[in-house]
Design a protein around this ligand. Structure first.
Ligand SMILES: Cc1cc2nc3c(=O)[nH]c(=O)nc-3n(C[C@H](O)[C@H](O)[C@H](O)COP(=O)(O)O)c2cc1C
Length: 200
């Protein structure tokens, strides 16, 4: 079967993308509104870009009503955020934070996760997350303002917080981090079943 994206609804093309680009890591992003309301939401259109400077990216989609996500609005206004990595232990709380709630709702309260201060940026970190990356906004690339379009947020990691028991000589132990991945539909995967290959 071949599918020409321009001949279909964006919602169907979305299904193709999230079912094909798998598994996806999850950026659990904390930010602050200009008024200081805390926000926490997961984004799986997420990846690392380069190491010097250390840049990560994630994309917030434009909602069906044409509105941008609160995370995007907060970061555009304040220039700061934290990416918290999602382990199996906080999967349920991460999912709770994806609820479509008004900007005045604090997802730390909603999920019961613990907010702790960052050292450099103002948005709080998630205490229960084994890795927090304090980030400063580098740039936002917009692919439009219509439903289904994306705003890709590039951030420079200015400080890593890593749980002592999961790191040895800069290597993160995959067995300890127990990261989860997002698949198509409502599916997730664990990273318990791994294998090694030596690079030629
Ligand atoms: C695992 C997971 C991954 C998600 N990935 C994305 C994503 O990459 N982009 C996006 O716009 N929304 C994504 N969402 C939905 C947002 O988390 C959701 O729209 C949330 O309400 C946005 O919050 P905000 O408006 O406070 O920023 C994802 C949800 C879940 C559960």
């Amino acid at each position: 079967m071949t599918i020409v994206p321009s001949q279909h609804k964006f919602s169907d093309i979305y299904k193709l993308l999230i079912g094909s680009v798998v598994p996806r890591p999850i950026a659990f992003v904390s930010s602050l509104s200009p008024d200081g309301v805390r926000n926490l939401a997961p984004f799986s259109f997420f990846n690392a870009v380069c190491s010097k400077p250390p840049i990560i990216l994630f994309t917030t989609s434009v909602r069906a009503d044409g509105k941008d996500k609160d995370t995007h609005n907060n970061i555009k206004a304040t220039g700061e955020f934290v990416v918290n990595i999602v382990s199996e232990s906080i999967a349920v709380q991460m999912n709770q934070c994806s609820a479509d709630v008004p900007p005045e709702v604090d997802e730390f309260v909603l999920s019961g996760l613990t907010a702790i201060p960052g050292d450099i940026v103002k948005p709080p970190r998630v205490k229960e997350s084994l890795i927090n990356m304090e980030c400063k906004l580098n740039q936002i690339v917009s692919f439009g303002d219509h439903p289904g379009a994306g705003k890709t947020i590039f951030g420079e990691v200015v400080l890593f917080h890593i749980a002592d028991n999961i790191i040895d000589n800069f290597r993160i132990d995959p067995a300890q981090i127990q990261a989860i991945g997002r698949m198509g539909g409502m599916n997730y995967c664990t990273t318990r079943d791994r294998f090694e290959m030596v690079r030629p």
